[in-house]
Design a protein around this ligand. Sequence first.
Ligand SMILES: *[C@@H]1O[C@H](CO)[C@@H](O)[C@H](O)[C@H]1NC(C)=O
Ligand SMILES: *[C@@H]1O[C@H](CO)[C@@H](O)[C@H](O)[C@H]1NC(C)=O
Ligand SMILES: *[C@@H]1O[C@H](CO)[C@@H](O)[C@H](O)[C@H]1NC(C)=O
Ligand SMILES: *[C@@H]1O[C@H](CO)[C@@H](O)[C@H](O)[C@H]1NC(C)=O
Ligand SMILES: *[C@@H]1O[C@H](CO)[C@@H](O)[C@H](O)[C@H]1NC(C)=O
Ligand SMILES: *[C@@H]1O[C@H](CO)[C@@H](O)[C@H](O)[C@H]1NC(C)=O
Ligand SMILES: *[C@@H]1O[C@H](CO)[C@@H](O)[C@H](O)[C@H]1NC(C)=O
Length: 427
Amino acid sequence: MYNPRVLVLVALLLGYADSFSWDIVVGLSKGLAFYHNGTLTHTEKIPSAEYIVSLTYDPVHYRVLFADKTISKMEISSFNLTTRKIQRLVTTISSEYYLRIVFDPATQLLFWKDASYIFSYSLNRTINEVDYGKTLISLKHYCNDIALDSCGGFIYWITNYQIERARLDGSGREVLINSFVHERRSLVIDQHTQKLYWTETTQVNGVKQLSLESADFDGKNRATLYTERNASLASSLAVSKDSIYWQKNSLVSIWRSQKNQSQRVPIKEYSKAGSSCWYCHHIVANYTIEEQTQGVKNCDRLQRFIPYNSKPESTVSISQTYCLNGNYSVTAEGQSKCSCKPGYSGERCELDACYQYCLNDGVCSLNMKSEPVCRCTEEYKGGRCEVPAFLMKCMQTVSLLKDMLNADVTSATRELGLQSTCDSTVF
Ligand SMILES: *[C@@H]1O[C@H](CO)[C@@H](O)[C@H](O)[C@H]1NC(C)=O
Ligand SMILES: *[C@@H]1O[C@H](CO)[C@@H](O)[C@H](O)[C@H]1NC(C)=O
Ligand SMILES: *[C@@H]1O[C@H](CO)[C@@H](O)[C@H](O)[C@H]1NC(C)=O
Ligand SMILES: *[C@@H]1O[C@H](CO)[C@@H](O)[C@H](O)[C@H]1NC(C)=O
Ligand SMILES: *[C@@H]1O[C@H](CO)[C@@H](O)[C@H](O)[C@H]1NC(C)=O
Ligand SMILES: *[C@@H]1O[C@H](CO)[C@@H](O)[C@H](O)[C@H]1NC(C)=O
Ligand SMILES: *[C@@H]1O[C@H](CO)[C@@H](O)[C@H](O)[C@H]1NC(C)=O
């Protein structure tokens, strides 16, 4: 038997005395509740909050971000899980209650959605100011949820009509699933299985059926993981290493299912009246970057945040894991050093030269000198496909006309044969 006093002392020395385990965090109207294996392990009261409507987890900075809704505003704050300090990040004007936030730790971009727009906001600048964010996507149908693929750099969203995605700058928008259902509510992304998961409600002869659906990131290989007849809407979905969690609003209960089987187990059923919140996105799961990206190719964007000493297998040496895309060596001073493969740079070869280099659907490849080069679509030109082709012609015309300053402008344009393709406003 260990002496419990010694154990307490060891715990204090290690600084664990005050820590708690959690698999999921559940948003309450004025607080956060942490659960481990179905048991409440910690409650964090947030007295300044009016109504917490959405949560998202940032495993890189080990914090939970939450959106607090008042009558006319939404405030997004972070709860640092190490220090348990709350920091206000951004305040925005919004009358919409059914809000949802997601965060990309790789670019420090925060996204939120209201009924018909998706906004983005960079946390990499002065914070604590009222800001409307940048309008990224404008939607025809009511937006129910958004999700983020940090590895690929895409934002996804769902409506009752479609599932769509676009790059994090709003470009390259495409429809992945195109079918109408009664209600398509929550969407999450899992890097480990490379799947999208969402919930749908269909209505047959007046009886609602809830289903948990999945598909590849491109919308292919659709599958139904679980169905439940006469069930109410799943208002929130979360994913972790092995499990999918969902929250049902009429019962205000949380359920868990293994990712690969349809069996489900109840986690928590709240009996308290008044905790129901149909528009809330209320659960997020503990899912470390290591777990999310283990064995996943092309995820340097997230993998570069994994501290190399946190690898669980002690048999895996630094030399095998330190350099993400290159060879490891040790300098005379005993410092770790990487020689990167062509197309990669950075201390740990974590920066991919092609990453988000070509715009407007241009295809990136490396030239002989390992520099990124773009193959543009017909509509775009320029080193990074940044100039619409028609504009390029006009720009060439303008510069040629400038060169021929003394020439007769009419004969010059006729000679070039381009005036009809050029919008006169460009001049
Ligand atoms: C989060 O999950 C990881 C991996 O499952 C686990 O090692 C860690 O203890 C969990 N964190 C907490 C605070 O429970
Ligand atoms: C989780 O809880 C279940 C039942 O509440 C229990 O049987 C199981 O041993 C627990 N697992 C862990 C790892 O604590
Ligand atoms: C959380 O607190 C720790 C300890 O003070 C700090 O190192 C870390 O940067 C904080 N995280 C964020 C995201 O502010
Ligand atoms: C954040 O801002 C700093 C200073 O402007 C810049 O050096 C850095 O590259 C930015 N990081 C990102 C991820 O945009
Ligand atoms: C559906 O569920 C409600 C409430 O649980 C119940 O009253 C009703 O009878 C059920 N309807 C069907 C068709 O099973
Ligand atoms: C489901 O996945 C777990 C590990 O995540 C594995 O142990 C189990 O065999 C799998 N079950 C099925 C039915 O594939
Ligand atoms: C890494 O090591 C392998 C085997 O020694 C070698 O073939 C390769 O050229 C090296 N790559 C770099 C970028 O140094």
